[in-house]
Write a protein that binds this ligand. Structure first.
Ligand SMILES: Nc1ncnc2c1ncn2[C@@H]1O[C@H](COP(=O)(O)OP(=O)(O)OP(=O)(O)O)[C@@H](O)[C@H]1O
Length: 627
């Protein structure tokens, strides 16, 4: 038969196929196997209403064979098969193929390789690894069989031939090795087995291949065992995906094994989440919260994402769009029959469906965490110690778009509680007169606990949240108010305690001293005032509203070339002997008074964990006092 030409557009798609980058080429097997599975499905479906078929689900199979000498890989199925007309219509027209339409939507030259890597491109992907493809096929219920052959863009031929039984053999003639592309690797049966496991493990018909195995020779002595290789047909795929089975049928051990194998984790997951939705979109999801953070979790290198399947066939290994940032630690799989390997059905529609799935997963994960918090506090605390920081980042991200949905999942250390507390629990413990939610931030719990600014609140038995994560203050500022209660930094803010005001009057009694200190320190401090918070300590530093010291430290670390500086307000304890000494020196020996002012300021910087401007001058002066 004369050679027939592909439609003009088809040639362009073939070009795209052949020139795609190498790492994506391995998906050809997935595509060919998916087609074989579809063909089995079609006949199986017909068998439901047509007695002639005489086959049930168990009778279908897909066979994979490889001939390294002839350089061929063959995928055979006993599905519906094709007649001449089908071959013309299905394998002669690539223009209807999904990736082609997609490429047209994107415009010339756009993201070619990603299209191929992430989505199905159908039968023609076999040309990425083959220089010739032969299809031998016989349609169910018909006598004639046909051989379709093509070497790519220059067209194809169809001839009648012999074939026993219905179904299709796809014979791929693998390209010779090129400089950078070792096509021969696909002729290695281990490599093919690996590809089936990776992409087609959940195809619901057995994918069988004759494989080499080794066994001990019968009768060989124990002390000198001899081995022989033999060939055996093996089913390569596990067929039933765990996520298709209902939760009650699967043991925790099975989930744990699946998780470890699939996500290469040595530890079992902290929590298993299953979701099964039918409606506007239908999907099943099997998600895991790991019991340890991957080493690169809080770095830019970490890639979030869920494995995306369409009816058991892997479409994307890490689909980032399915996971919101705050839950980026979740691993797992999502399978939706609504997503096709073929992206032809308008990419936009896919996008919309992905979004619906993502939104539904977000809700599901959140409600599972809420349940865990409510029902198994210990386990939740464990979870929070590993991934809590990510939830706080989630509060801050996107200008606080998710703060309401996340705020009740947060835990903080508390000055009065042994275990971390939620905001709701804190508010419930608040006394009648307490208007604000107090917090203190610092580098470690013990450093925060020793901050002089916490003295007064401790004395009055007020509870404080202790922040030691750099993101804590940002998260709290983003939340703004919780149950109508404002947050107030013990370190930086006015505590607004009842009966505080009279101390304010005393300021005037020491006005001269305070002005003296301000003048001595100049622009280094914004204000010098008497403290309402200090009890036994002589001095502390506060930042006032806005940027806090912990935020200043954060910015110094992440953008050292553009540091942001918090205001420095020096608070002095008028009841402390050090203040009295300062006051005396200020009037009798101003030079000495200036040194005292500097000394107290440096001490305040040290307590706040801020760098001293001149550390050696500070130590010199302390030594001088010791003389
Ligand atoms: N093994 C097979 N048995 C029967 N028909 C087949 C087989 N392989 C391919 N076909 C036919 O050829 C058509 C084209 O296949 P192709 O893989 O290019 O696209 P598709 O399967 O429709 O979409 P996708 O891009 O999702 O794979 C199929 O729709 C099917 O009708």
């Amino acid at each position: 038969m004369a050679k027939r030409q592909f439609k003009a557009e088809s040639k362009r798609l073939l070009d795209l196929m052949v020139n795609s980058i190498y790492t994506h080429k391995e998906i050809f097997l997935r595509e060919i196997i998916s087609n074989a599975s579809d063909a089995c499905d079609k006949l199986c479906y017909r068998g439901l209403t047509d007695d002639q078929v005489g086959m049930s689900r168990e009778d279908f199979r897909i066979e994979l064979s490889v001939d390294p000498e002839a350089r061929t890989i063959t995928v055979s199925d006993n599905g519906i098969g094709m007649n001449k007309e089908d071959l013309e219509n299905n394998l002669g027209v690539i223009a209807s193929s999904g990736s082609f339409q997609f490429k047209q939507e994107l415009g010339e030259g756009a993201a070619d390789t990603d299209v191929i890597g992430q989505f199905g491109v159908g039968f023609y992907s076999a040309f990425m690894v083959s220089d010739r493809i032969t299809v031998v096929t016989r349609k169910f219920g018909e006598d004639a069989a046909y051989r379709w052959q093509s070497s790519g863009a220059d067209g194809y031929t169809i001839n009648e031939c012999e074939k026993e039984g219905h179904g299709t053999d796809i014979i791929m003639h693998i390209k010779p090795d090129a400089e950078e592309e070792q096509y021969s690797e696909f002729l290695d049966s281990y490599r093919l087995q690996g590809l089936v496991k990776k992409y087609s493990d959940y195809i619901r018909f057995p994918i069988r291949m004759e494989v080499s195995k080794s066994r001990r020779k019968e009768g060989s002595p124990d002390d000198k065992p001899e081995y022989e290789t033999y060939r055996e047909v093996e089913t390569l795929n596990s067929m039933v995906p765990l996520w298709q089975r209902s939760r009650s049928e699967v043991s925790e051990d099975e989930y744990a094994k699946f998780y470890r194998d699939k996500f290469m984790d040595y530890a079992p997951p902290l929590k298993v989440i299953t979701a099964d939705l039918e409606g506007a979109v239908t999907y099943k999801a099997l998600l895991f919260i790991p019991s340890a953070a991957p080493y690169d979790f809080y770095s830019k290198e970490f890639e979030k994402g869920l494995q995306l399947y369409s009816n058991g066939v892997l479409i994307m290994d890490k689909c980032a769009d399915l996971l919101p940032e705050q839950f980026r630690f979740v691993r797992g799989v999502v399978d939706s029959p609504d997503l096709s390997l073929n992206i032809s059905r308008e990419l936009l529609q896919h996008d919309r469906q992905l979004k619906i799935i993502a939104r539904s997963l977000e809700k599901k994960i959140r409600s599972e965490l809420e349940k865990l918090l409510k029902n198994d506090r210990e386990e939740y605390e464990k979870f929070f110690s590993i991934f809590g920081r990510q939830l706080k980042y989630g509060v801050v991200a996107d200008y606080g778009a998710n703060k309401e949905s996340l705020q009740d999942l947060l835990l903080f250390h508390s000055s009065t509680q042994e275990k971390p507390t939620t905001l709701a629990e804190y508010v419930e413990r608040m006394g009648e007169g307490q208007k604000l939610i107090y917090y203190a931030a610092g580098e470690t719990l013990s450093a925060v606990d020793k901050l002089p600014q916490t003295e007064l609140l401790k004395e009055k038995n007020y509870e404080m949240l202790y922040f030691v994560d750099e993101v804590d203050e940002f998260a709290i500022q983003m939340i703004g108010k919780y149950q109508d209660k404002e947050f107030r930094s013990v370190v930086d803010g006015d505590l607004e305690l009842e009966g505080e005001d009279k101390e304010q009057e005393d300021d005037s009694a020491h006005r001269e001293t305070l002005d003296f200190v301000k003048e001595a320190l100049g622009d280094q401090v914004k204000e010098v005032k008497l403290s309402k918070k200090l009890k036994s300590h002589p001095v502390c530093l506060t930042a006032g509203p806005g940027l806090s010291f912990e935020m200043e430290k954060y910015f110094a670390a992440v953008q050292p070339d553009r540091p942001l500086k918090a205001d420095r307000i020096l608070e002095l304890n008028a009841a402390h002997p050090a203040f009295e000494a300062l006051e005396r020196a200020a009037s009798s020996d101003p030079e000495q008074g200036k040194k005292y002012a500097r000394l107290l300021f440096d001490q305040a910087l040290l307590i706040a964990g801020l760098p001293l401007e001149d550390a050696s001058a500070y130590t010199d002066f302390v030594c001088e006092l010791m003389k």
